[in-house]
Write a protein that binds this ligand. Structure first.
Ligand code: BG6
Length: 462
């Protein structure tokens, strides 16, 4: 069959998930509590339909069945995360033997089925014990994380060759310390800056530990949610607004992770507002020497911005959006089932930016996907007819293909997500999977997109 969009050989086809969102068994087999277990126990009504993280999609008990389904639909890779509090219940110290066997079993099962595991160490789920001591605000937690990373490399590094220190490290900063959608629900830009900084120090220390370990014949990187920032117009005020949004929401993590240093303009802004974090001697060299080998890009939607219409009240707490307003561009295409913009070319712009300004670092799409509310309304003959998702993926893949043809170093595509899963405060509101999950029976059913991706993966194109 002649394919119009043929991908390079050994392209990574798969999907992405995270421990807290799929495993369930939150109170089983010695797992310690993390911030999500705790927040749900204290404020269940902040979660969509009061659904919490105890059971989620029950991957913990059904991983074998799930891995067969991955194989059935042509996955050659799968992104998962380790739950820190499952592996080390208090965050530091004693290992939980049941967790060691669980992750060993999952990894072995994947490899036996020719699916390469991509493992993230931290996907939003701080052990509660460490959060109680100050979480990412304190340097001791950076050290606890480095020890955890070292243990994970020692336990699983003989078989896992793709490691990621953090998933979207900006999200716990925004959610936990600026905009109140993650525990500990603080609103304080100075503390947010400290948390962001410590996360990157933790990243660099884990990268160093990985390269020092004797199982380091693999690669280590980070997963960032990149939102290309498009100005309303080319006038200088709009351009400045978009540049500053880019500094805060992309370059604050992308630059230190890939180039090993923070953008000077960001440092200047933080300095001007008294927000510079506390640092230690040697940090600068640490960051410079331990950059990512590989970058995962999560892309859902762009950011469109315009110059601020009203000056911010200088007595209100500092927020990055003091410098820009969001711009609702007329005529933009929307995912009307989730409320996010769909702009497929964004993925191409991101990859071009990585090629031009970030040394063409080896990268892949580590998440991209379309959330849909009340997806059962699309069931015909017991199967969700998610043609909208097929279009969404196909159109993004076309732009990705073009980027690759133009020399961008892109190695794969992972959909968010393998199956419907528990998405933090939104719980099961927006469904993303190739497989739907019946919340009562936990039964998995392929959606139309599952059959489609099988063909695409098997043909390595479409
Ligand atoms: C991504 C996160 O940004 O968005 C996932 O990495 C999350 O963890 C996904 O589940 C979807 O979010 P939502 O709010 O649409 O369910």
């Amino acid at each position: 069959m002649a394919l119009q969009y043929k991908f390079p050989e050994n392209f990574w086809w798969g999907s992405a998930t995270s421990a807290t969102q799929i495993e369930g068994a939150a109170n089983e087999d010695g797992k310690g509590k993390n911030i999500w277990d705790h927040w749900y126990e204290t404020e269940p009504n902040r979660f969509y339909e009061n659904i919490g993280p105890e059971t989620t999609s029950d991957f913990y008990h059904r991983y074998k069945e799930d891995i067969q389904l991955m194989k059935d639909i042509g996955h050659n890779t799968f992104r998962m995360s380790i739950s820190w509090a499952r592996l080390i219940p208090d965050g530091r110290g004693e290992l939980n033997p049941a967790a060691v066997s669980f992750y060993n079993n999952v990894i072995d099962e994947l490899i036996t089925n020719d699916i390469e595991p991509f493992v993230t160490l931290f996907h939003f789920d701080m052990p509660l014990e460490l959060q109680n001591q100050g979480g990412w605000e304190i340097r001791a937690v950076v050290d606890a994380y480095t020890e955890y990373a070292r243990e994970a490399f020692r336990l699983f590094g003989d078989r896992v060759k793709k490691w990621f220190t953090f998933n979207e490290p900006i999200v716990p900063v925004e959610g936990g310390y600026l905009y109140d959608f993650h525990y500990p629900n603080v609103v304080d830009a100075r503390r947010a800056a400290q948390v962001a900084y410590h996360t990157m120090i933790a990243h660099a220390k884990a990268v160093r530990a990985f390269h020092e370990s004797n199982v380091a014949d693999g690669k280590i990187g980070i997963i960032l949610n990149l939102t290309p920032s498009y100005p309303r117009s080319q006038n200088p005020a709009d351009l400045r607004a978009s540049r500053i949004a880019d500094l805060f929401f992309n370059r604050s993590f992308l630059d230190p992770a890939v180039l090993g240093e923070y953008p000077q303009e960001l440092i200047d802004i933080l300095n001007e507002h008294g927000l510079l974090p506390v640092t230690e001697r040697g940090d600068r060299e640490l960051l410079k020497a331990n950059t990512a080998d590989i970058l995962g890009v999560n892309y859902y939607q762009p950011r469109r911005v315009k110059a601020k219409e009203y000056l911010p009240n200088p007595y209100s707490p500092f927020m990055p959006d003091w410098f820009f307003d969001n711009y609702e561009m007329p005529g933009r295409k929307m995912n009307k089932y989730r409320g996010w913009e769909i702009y497929e070319k964004g993925i191409y712009d991101i990859m071009q930016n990585l090629k031009e300004n970030y040394g063409n670092i080896e990268s892949f799409v580590s998440e991209n996907g379309m959330g849909v509310q009340d997806e059962e309304r699309f069931v015909v003959d017991k199967e969700i007819q998610d043609d909208y998702r097929i279009d969404f993926i196909r159109e993004h893949l076309k732009w990705l293909h073009k980027a690759i043809e133009e020399g961008c170093n892109v190695k794969g595509y992972h959909l968010w997500s393998f199956m419907d899963n528990w998405s933090w405060m939104n719980a099961y509101k927006n469904r993303y999977g190739f497989f739907s999950v019946d919340l009562r029976t936990k039964q998995r059913t392929p959606k139309k997109s599952a059959h489609w991706i099988k063909e695409v993966s098997q043909n390595n194109g479409f």
